[in-house]
Write a protein that binds this ligand. Structure first.
Ligand code: PLP
Length: 353
């Protein structure tokens, strides 16, 4: 830190991304990436001509991508905001909507508390219950906005849409952000509710279920006035927030052929998830019921930190969080069937005493 850094930033405790090690080849089950490449249409969308066009600025209105997303999700283009990863949509949402504070779970996506600190927003931390579930009643009639990851991370547990609607309806003068990064793996999307409630913003990403984490593509869907506020933030910081390759690939991921491709691959991830959960349970592990592309797991007779390290030594990377309540759990992304076979074999080795 230099002596020139603005005082207000000196205490910032930045988000720590999962490792992306380059030292050796790991089976990477630590950052919830998709185990398959993007759809063939996405790959075909980029060629030498498109790359030559990089000399021009990208379309700041992202018209084609917004229209494609609007069609795909059955909303209007004015209801869609596109962003550099969904982290950017979340960033702008915190900047715009949580002046009076924000509520979120004690165990949820780590970036929420970072954004709250960045903007000096008062955060009300609401503990999950003993089964690691969000208690919807805790979010009824709040004195502030809220952000809810549904399905939640790192637990993988999902709330039914009826609970999300109850929360949104009970806070008509507060913005409720629902972060649906994992919704394609078994959750229920709140997008249809954005037509009924002007205080609901749904954030989504191409990073988890479309195999495009490196393209940095996210979007938010909501009432046109909420979207206009996010645009205000964008045009006040970075009007060309998506590069022209990402804009093209984003639209190509929504064609009928891409849709069919992703449905098949997502189905495979779900199948492998359920199979892996069963095998872990047979080994005596505690496994939370997951609607995401990862499992939250407590292995028998081994501390979480030790299990993390021993798996790493065996070439398998998972995510371990040191927070006391979950220090004995691992978050394990679902890879290919072969990846998970290797994971289960390694687990067998490390829990044998
Ligand atoms: C991965 C993730 C994000 C961020 O996704 P990007 O689009 O890659 O920025 C947001 N929210 C949750 C809950 C996530 O797990």
């Amino acid at each position: 830190m230099s002596r020139f850094l603005a005082k207000k930033y000196k205490m910032l405790d930045a988000y720590v991304p999962g490792e992306q090690p380059r030292d050796k080849k790991y089976i990477k089950l630590n950052t919830n990436e998709f185990p398959y490449p993007p759809a063939p249409d996405v790959i075909a969308a980029v060629n030498a001509d498109v790359i030559s066009d990089l000399r021009l600025y990208s379309d700041p209105t992202a018209k084609a991508l917004k229209e494609a997303l609007a069609k795909y999700y059955g909303v209007g283009a004015e209801n869609v905001f596109v962003s550099n990863g969904s982290d950017e949509s979340l960033n702008f949402a915190f900047a715009c909507f949580f002046e009076d504070g924000v509520a979120f779970a004690d165990l949820t996506y780590g970036f929420y508390s970072v954004f709250a600190d960045l903007y000096g927003i008062d955060a009300k931390i609401i503990p999950l219950d003993k089964d690691f579930s969000i208690v919807p009643d805790d979010y009824i009639g709040l004195d502030r906005g809220a952000v809810i990851a549904n399905p939640n991370a790192p637990t993988g547990k999902a709330l039914p849409l009826s609970d999300i609607e109850r929360i949104v309806a009970s806070n008509p003068d507060r913005v409720i952000v629902v972060d649906e990064a994992y919704v394609d793996f078994g959750g229920e999307s709140a997008i249809p509710l954005t037509k009924k409630y002007d205080n609901l913003l749904v954030c989504m990403t191409y990073s988890k279920s479309r195999g495009m984490a490196g393209a940095r593509l996210g979007f938010a869907i909501g009432n046109a006035d909420l979207i206009a506020d996010l645009e205000l933030m964008k045009y006040s910081t970075n009007p060309y927030n998506l590069d022209s390759l990402a804009l093209r690939m984003g639209a190509a991921a929504l064609t009928d052929a891409s849709k069919a491709y992703y449905e098949e691959k997502v189905g495979e991830v779900i199948r492998v998830r359920e199979e892996t959960a069963k095998k872990l349970e047979v080994l005596g592990a505690e496994v939370l019921p997951s609607k995401a592309n990862f499992l939250f797991v407590k292995l028998p007779n081994i501390a979480g930190g030790v299990a993390y390290q021993k798996l790493r030594e065996r070439g398998i990377l998972v995510r371990h969080f040191s927070k006391a309540r979950i220090a004995d759990y691992l978050r394990v992304s679902i890879g290919t069937a072969d990846d998970m076979k290797a994971f289960i074999n390694a687990v067998k080795q490390i829990i044998e005493v």
